[in-house]
Design a protein around this ligand. Structure first.
Ligand code: CP
Ligand code: NVA
Length: 309
């Protein structure tokens, strides 16, 4: 069994293996309906328990479909419905109980420490479905989407992020090291990636390029990513932050600095960080990006359950 908590801690060859498996599985399902099960039902009889401490549309539905298509099932919980949230039951007791009922546990939480604590006490695989420092299932799926649309290995592309230095960016930075792609980041001076992630990049003898001018970040890009300026439960002074990001709104002008065939991706939900014409325009692939999470998460589940081909 393997956990899937942070891209930084997973060997590159395993991440590549997950993507390769997802490509094969996606193409072999073309004639199957949504709930039809993949050949061999590799996760027959298995249950994934998912727990959300924050809202989610895509992650919960795509994991539901992912395990269903592998022959298993899922149970989705809100933490405030459990003794853990309401009655103060400890993480260790909750983790041990979950390990007796379930085969895998997916957690979306506001606390990186909670992820670490669950990891300590669970005897089943743990998947990070978004934490303050990471959104690994999203970003691995985004690597898949980039390669699917551009038909090129991501290592040959210029990837750009314009937006907040948040959990999704931290995972994208980890991916830039694991998959060796060039990553340019456009953000205001006060919202640059944190010291910890920057020194991790340095320790791995890699580089990220940070610009406080969105046009410079976009220059020569093959892919531009963005995300909400105000993340779920972001405790900052919202008005001040939105003002600081005003000139970082992705519009046709900023896109014009990128390569001609540049695509736009966004994990959703969206705010004001991108103009409507770009988000809904020809360069945007956000809907297939959301859909691909089903396929990549199937291969992540197989990896965690020790069943990746
Ligand atoms: N992108 C993403 O994780 O969406 P949800 O918050 O809807 O799960
Ligand atoms: N950065 C966002 C991603 C949502 C999928 C957040 O944490 O709210």
């Amino acid at each position: 069994m393997k956990h899937f908590i942070n891209l930084k801690d997973i060997p590159s060859k395993d991440l590549r293996k997950i993507i390769t498996d997802a490509k094969k599985r996606k193409s072999s399902r073309k004639k199957l309906n949504t709930l039809e099960i993949d050949k061999g039902a590799p996760l027959k009889g298995k249950i994934l328990i998912q727990m959300f401490e924050k809202p989610s549309s895509r992650t919960r539905i795509s994991f539901y479909l992912a395990i269903k298509q592998l022959g298993g099932g899922t149970l989705t919980l809100r933490s405030n419905e459990l003794h853990l949230g309401q009655g103060g039951e400890s993480i260790s007791d909750t983790a041990k109980v979950l390990s007796t009922y379930g085969d895998g546990f997916m957690l979306r939480t506001d606390s990186d420490k909670k992820i670490e604590d669950f990891k300590k006490y669970l005897s089943i695989p743990l998947i990070n479905g978004l934490s303050p420092s990471s959104h690994p299932t999203q970003v691995l799926s985004d690597v898949f989407t980039v390669e699917e649309i551009t038909k090129k290995p991501i290592s040959k592309l210029n990837i750009c992020w314009i937006g907040d230095s948040n959990n999704v960016l931290d995972s994208l930075i980890a991916a830039s090291v694991k998959f060796s792609f060039k990553l340019s980041i456009g953000c205001p001076k006060n919202f640059e990636p944190g010291k910890e992630v920057r020194s991790w990049v340095k320790k791995n003898k890699k580089k990220i390029y940070i610009y406080n001018d969105p046009k410079k970040a976009a220059s020569g890009a093959d892919v531009i990513f963005s995300d909400k300026v105000i993340s779920l439960n972001d405790k900052v002074n919202k008005k001040k932050k939105i003002k600081a990001f005003k000139k970082f709104k992705i519009d046709a002008k900023i896109m014009s600095f990128a390569n001609k065939n540049c695509i736009f991706l966004h994990c959703l939900p969206r705010g004001n960080e991108v103009s409507e014409d770009i988000f809904l325009g020809k360069k945007s692939h956000v809907w297939v990006q959301a859909f691909n999470r089903v396929h990549v998460q199937k291969s992540i589940l197989l990896y965690c359950f020790g069943k990746l081909r």
